[in-house]
Design a protein. Structure first.
Length: 255
């Protein structure tokens, strides 16, 4: 028997559903098999993707927690609510997508005269305003201040956490032969005002290249396989999970 029971659907996004539980300090996140790209202009069902992203996120959140980086993650679900279910602390999501880039790719190369694959040292941090209706526009410091989403100490804390996440992820992924090209995280405030890493960390939200493969398409193990119709999306995500399971402790079931 679980220590909680599921309540109503609180929110449905493109890749996840968030459900209340009978405990005010606990919500359940269900990872969907839906794949979307280009602001949901391209959609598909990829059987098994939800479970893979849930399991990969759980491994990475546990790893971050062990390194003292606060996250919303509490544990995996079990039974009929196992596999693609995760238990997390409820947070008020900050409507900012924080992107860290170690190598140039994606929108950076479309918008700037920077060649794909160029190393970025120090890693570039880009903030985007999270609003699908506006297609997640790039934020400037002035726009951020104008919107009043964060005060200056919260802004600093957000950047510090994002850079710590980058260092931790780069290290573990490098240890299994993966290059962390770039990634997006979302952060939120808990009821007691702590800023924590939330949402997911998965091949849907990170660009990951296999260090051992030279071919620029074959090395891709992330959502670019879906965006660019390269095929083998679920297989690539499965590779990422398998490699991480080899070096990360097994995530615990929430009880
Ligand atoms: N990303 C994401 N959600 C978004 C936008 C970007 O998870 O709504 C991730 C994306 O997978 C990549 C990184 O953030 O790992 C940087 O994405 P970029 O700005 O290059 O945009 P894209 O090329 O994906 O349009």
């Amino acid at each position: 028997m679980s220590a909680y029971s599921l309540g109503s659907l609180l929110h449905e996004g493109k890749a996840k559903r968030v459900h209340a539980t009978d405990q005010p300090d606990l919500v359940a996140v269900e990872f969907k098999d839906d794949a979307t790209a280009f602001n949901a202009l391209k959609t598909a069902q990829l059987v098994g993707k939800g479970e893979l992203n849930c399991q990969i996120s759980a491994l990475l959140f546990e790893l971050l927690a062990r390194q003292g980086i606060p996250t919303h993650y509490l544990g995996l679900g079990e039974g009929e609510h196992g596999g693609h279910w995760m238990l997390v602390r409820p947070v008020r999501i900050v409507p900012i997508e924080v992107v860290i880039r170690n190598l140039a790719a994606g929108s950076l190369c479309r918008q700037m005269p920077i060649e794909a694959g160029t190393p970025l040292e120090p890693p570039l941090l880009d903030l985007y305003y999270k609003d699908d209706g506006l297609a997640d526009p790039l934020l400037t410091e002035a726009r951020l201040q104008h919107l009043g989403l964060l005060d200056s100490s919260q802004r600093q804390e957000l950047e510090r956490l994002a850079r710590e996440v980058n260092a931790a992820l780069q290290e573990v992924l490098a240890s299994v032969g993966l290059i962390l090209v770039d990634f997006k995280i979302e952060l939120g405030f808990t009821a007691d005002g702590q800023l924590v890493v939330a949402d997911e960390i998965s091949p849907d939200t990170c660009r990951l290249w296999d260090r051992g493969i030279a071919d620029s398409d074959d090395r891709i193990l992330d959502k670019d396989r879906f965006r660019r119709d390269l095929g083998g999306v679920v297989e690539a995500y499965g590779q990422v999970l398998k490699r991480l399971q080899g070096v990360c402790p097994q995530p615990e079931v929430y009880r």
